[in-house]
Write a protein that binds this ligand. Structure first.
Ligand code: SF4
Ligand code: SF4
Ligand code: F3S
Length: 268
């Protein structure tokens, strides 16, 4: 079994901020080392690979050739849409659109990591100067699993990859093609401040008595009631804390178009 070939993963980074990769490196179960060395063969990833230039592009083409029909493509970042200037975002002189279509052609499935890849995210926010689109706007003939969040919870990224590559089956998905296991419940449904919401006890400012007592942050703009993600249970930084626990409202970062949703600190 130790000699078994690990599933090939090609990770494409387009219009992104590297926050999703930063998040990946903070997974603790499995760790990114465990994921890369024991579970998958990460054959192309700008930030994590040793190769550069022609050697890097050769590694991508070789992985596509040797694993045709079986490899997984992971994408972070949105890409300029078909009607946009292809020069807005290129890698090795190839437009993001062309590289996505070429690389996905022989893939088994695609995982869109982060709200940019899943829904367009920050580059798509008004006025969307690059005409940014999501991966699923382009790829229609392969399964696309959306792992949203800006960035996504680290263990949700590695958990989805490990589950798919271990069992070879698609997870059950919600209406936005997000795995139900991680996105099936709202932040609000699992929030430890929920008893205060139910009693009508709200912080009105970030430094009032209610804030100090840990009351509900809804009137400070918390989008937990309309946001589906695993933060309230899996938390961040190795299970240390999460935005609401640190005293900040949920911004709704795993939902489509949250940047344009009317202001982070306005109650809806
Ligand atoms: Fe960065 Fe957020 Fe986009 Fe990830 S989803 S690339 S963290 S802006
Ligand atoms: Fe819901 Fe946000 Fe209040 Fe938590 S802090 S109970 S998620 S509104
Ligand atoms: Fe994002 Fe809200 Fe979690 S802002 S990180 S979904 S608590």
């Amino acid at each position: 079994l130790e000699q078994a070939r690990r599933p090939s993963v090609i990770w494409l980074s387009f219009q992104e901020c590297t926050g999703c990769t930063e998040s990946l490196t903070r997974s603790f179960s499995p760790t990114v080392e465990n994921l890369i060395l024991d579970i998958i063969s990460l054959d192309y990833h700008h930030t994590l690979q040793a190769a550069a230039g022609d050697a890097a592009e050769h590694a991508r083409e070789q992985a596509m050739h040797e694993n045709a029909g079986n490899y997984l493509v992971v994408v972070d970042g949105s890409l300029p849409g078909p009607g946009s200037n292809p020069g807005f975002s290129t890698i090795a002189g190839v437009s993001n659109l062309q590289m996505l279509q070429e690389t996905v052609a022989g893939a088994a499935a695609v995982v869109a990591v982060g709200t940019c890849a899943a829904f367009g995210g920050l580059p798509k926010a008004a006025p969307n100067p690059s005409g940014a689109v999501a991966v699923s706007d382009i790829i229609k003939d392969k399964p696309v699993i959306n792992v949203s969040g800006c960035p996504p919870v680290p263990m949700v990224i590695t958990g989805v990859l490990a589950q798919y590559l271990t069992f070879g089956t698609l997870p059950e998905l919600d209406a936005y093609n997000r795995p139900m296991a991680f996105f099936g419940q709202s932040i609000h449904d699992r929030c430890y401040r929920r008893p205060f919401y139910d009693k009508g006890l709200f912080a009105e400012t970030f430094d009032d008595e209610g804030a100090r007592k840990g009351w509900c942050l809804y009137r400070l703009g918390c989008k937990g009631p309309m946001t589906y993600n695993a933060c309230a249970t899996m938390k961040w930084n190795g299970g240390t804390s999460w935005p609401v626990e640190s005293g900040h409202p949920c911004l709704g970062c795993s939902e489509p178009d949250f940047w344009d949703a009317g202001g982070f600190y306005n109650a809806m």
